[in-house]
Write a protein that binds this ligand. Structure first.
Ligand SMILES: NC(=O)c1ccc[n+]([C@@H]2O[C@H](COP(=O)([O-])OP(=O)(O)OC[C@H]3O[C@@H](n4cnc5c(N)ncnc54)[C@H](OP(=O)(O)O)[C@@H]3O)[C@@H](O)[C@H]2O)c1
Length: 144
């Protein structure tokens, strides 16, 4: 997928990894960036279009789809699975573990998106876990 001139919808775009994605899409020249948030008044990033979107609300999802589907339909949809360990956001504030920055994760995700990948292992932890799955002592077991 080419990011320049694309139409993008980001959920949870008011903070954390979602906000990092919104900034990165704007910086890379996406044409329309719809920034979803449960409370759209929390979207302060210039250049995006705030959208009311609680992903657990059928009414919100329906309304968002209605307004966005034309833009998204014409460009097709690429599905990319993003794997990551700990990322430095509000979610991991109390966790004392090595963390990636949201920007580093987003950089790798968008590189993989443009390269047409289907999966991205965005940090060392997830790369090690995947690599170890075919060994006797899988890394995710050692962590328990
Ligand atoms: N940080 C990590 O280490 C890590 C690692 C792996 C996966 N993840 C996943 O990555 C995603 C983002 O994580 P984060 O670290 O950026 O978390 P975060 O800093 O806590 O931000 C969470 C975001 O999700 C929004 N959100 C929560 N419930 C929602 C709902 N029902 N509908 C729409 N938006 C909702 C929040 O909006 P409000 O401001 O309204 O609450 C906020 O924008 C999460 O799914 C998380 O599980 C994170």
């Amino acid at each position: 997928m080419k990011i320049e001139n694309s139409t993008v919808l980001i959920t949870g775009a008011n903070r954390g990894i979602g906000l990092a994605f919104a900034k990165a899409f704007i910086a890379r020249g996406a044409r329309k960036v719809y920034a979803g948030a449960r409370d759209p008044s929390k979207i302060s990033l210039a250049g995006v279009r705030p959208v009311q979107l609680d992903v657990t609300s059928a009414a919100d999802v329906k309304a968002a789809l209605w307004s966005l589907s034309n833009g998204l339909r014409t460009q097709g949809t690429q599905v990319l699975t993003l794997h990551m360990g700990f990322v430095d956001t509000d979610l991991t504030k109390g966790i004392d573990m090595p963390k990636s920055s949201p920007e580093a994760i987003v950089d790798r995700a968008l590189f993989a998106l443009e390269a047409g990948e289907q999966e991205v292992l965005a940090d060392e932890m997830t790369q090690q876990v995947k690599h170890s799955l075919s060994t006797d002592q899988a890394a995710y077991r050692a962590v328990r």
